[in-house]
Design a protein around this ligand. Structure first.
Ligand code: NAP
Ligand code: ZN
Ligand code: ZN
Length: 346
């Protein structure tokens, strides 16, 4: 066992506090990673606060992990000491179901082992995430961080990046399409960069008018304030594809009405349930879909795409001790555009 320093939540109400946890010694197929940086995703807040109703404690969040391989198990061939690697939202899966064999391990029919607030495939060993200095992971659930991407700015690609890349690809977004991105936070800002790199015309829908200049600097072609009711009449029927990254309750019908015939609204934000009017879908044969992160193969493809197009996250670096304040700021939409924990800082 290898003891490592971490931060954990002990209940939905309590702040995260220092915590000590044991990582397993690398087995034949494991790699031990020295975590250098870990991004802070809004899913961390949802789970720390038990907003999805499935939280267990102590919880060490964090699933945007990048670091350096410290050592490898005896049978590992793909990785060596010193490699720059990443670990995203899951650390294992059954490997035999239809989803796993199709490279979509996040949809594992037996249940993927999510990186924290979950269990290893033995269904008894809890998983602990990246708000910690080391992690031991099976070699097949590790990805390579391309050399030209700085590690700190690459960390958010492991969740926010793949979560926005995967639906853009899966739903066949193509050059010239009119794409909307709702919510300019961690996911949203990478959604803009990725959609732009795919040569689409991008409009940001935001309830924070002060983010207009940033949206355009990030590469958006247009900015629409959702606090202005005219936004919803002016943009009616104008979009091929809309990616909804909002973390709080809002009206999906209003955004469905912005789609043209056969357009698709994809939900990736995960707030409380909300009502849907059938008419919002029926009249222009619109589609409403959801999407969960991406598989290992597609995550590597996304990282290579980002390396080619020089796409990284805009980040604010913090120490573990700053995490509670970072959560407070994220809940006020006050982050430009991802907090990233530097594990070498206190
Ligand atoms: P984030 O950085 O906090 O950004 C969320 C954005 O939502 C905010 O910046 C804000 O954008 C908008 N927003 C927040 N409160 C709002 C409100 N009351 N009304 C309207 N808009 C509001 O969060 P994130 O890390 O990008 O995550 C976003 C959501 O995606 C979370 O629910 C998270 O759990 C989920 N998620 C899903 C997946 C998946 O696989 N499907 C993966 C990762 C995360 P504006 O200020 O521009 O309005
Ligand atoms: Zn996430
Ligand atoms: Zn499976």
């Amino acid at each position: 066992m290898l003891e490592t320093f971490a931060y954990a939540a002990n209940s939905p109400q309590s702040p995260l506090l220092p915590f000590s946890l044991n990582r397993r010694e690398p087995g034949p197929h494991d790699v031990l990673i020295d975590i250098k940086f870990c991004g802070v995703c809004h899913s961390d807040i949802h789970q720390v606060r038990n907003e999805w109703g499935n939280s267990s404690y102590p919880m060490v969040p964090g699933h945007e992990i990048v670091g350096i391989v410290n050592r490898t198990g005896s049978a590992v061939t793909r990785w060596k000491t010193g490699d720059r690697v990443g670990v995203g939202c899951f650390v294992d899966s059954c490997r035999t179901c239809e989803a796993c064999t199709s490279g979509e391990e996040q949809y594992c029919e037996q249940g993927a082992s999510f990186t924290y607030n979950c269990y290893e495939q033995d269904k008894v060993t809890p998983t602990y995430g990246g708000y910690s200095r080391h992690i031991t992971v099976d070699e097949n659930y590790v990805v390579r961080i391309p050399e030209n991407l700085p590690l700190d700015q690459a960390a958010p690609l492991l969740c926010a990046g793949i979560t926005t890349y995967s639906p853009l690809r899966h739903f066949g977004v193509k050059p010239g399409d009119r794409v909307g991105v709702i919510g300019l936070g961690g996911l949203g800002h990478l959604g803009i960069k990725l959609a732009r790199a795919m040569a689409t015309h991008v409009t940001v829908f935001s309830h924070s008018p002060a983010k207009q200049a940033d949206a355009l600097n990030l590469g958006a072609d247009a900015f629409a304030s959702t606090t202005d009711p005219d936004t919803f009449t002016r943009n009616r029927g104008g979009f091929d594809f809309i990616l909804d990254t909002v973390s709080a309750n809002h009206d999906y019908n209003a955004y469905l009405n912005l789609l043209r015939r056969d357009g698709t609204l994809v939900l990736v934000g995960l707030p409380e349930p909300t009502l849907l009017a059938a008419g919002s879908l029926i009249f222009r044969r619109r589609r409403l879909a959801g999407s969960l992160i991406g598989g290992i193969r597609e995550t590597q493809e996304m990282l290579d795409f980002c390396a080619k197009h020089q796409i990284v996250a805009d980040i604010e670096r913090i120490g573990l001790a700053d995490i509670n304040q970072a959560y407070t700021r994220m809940l006020c939409s006050d982050v430009r555009y991802r907090f990233v924990i530097d594990l070498e800082r206190d």
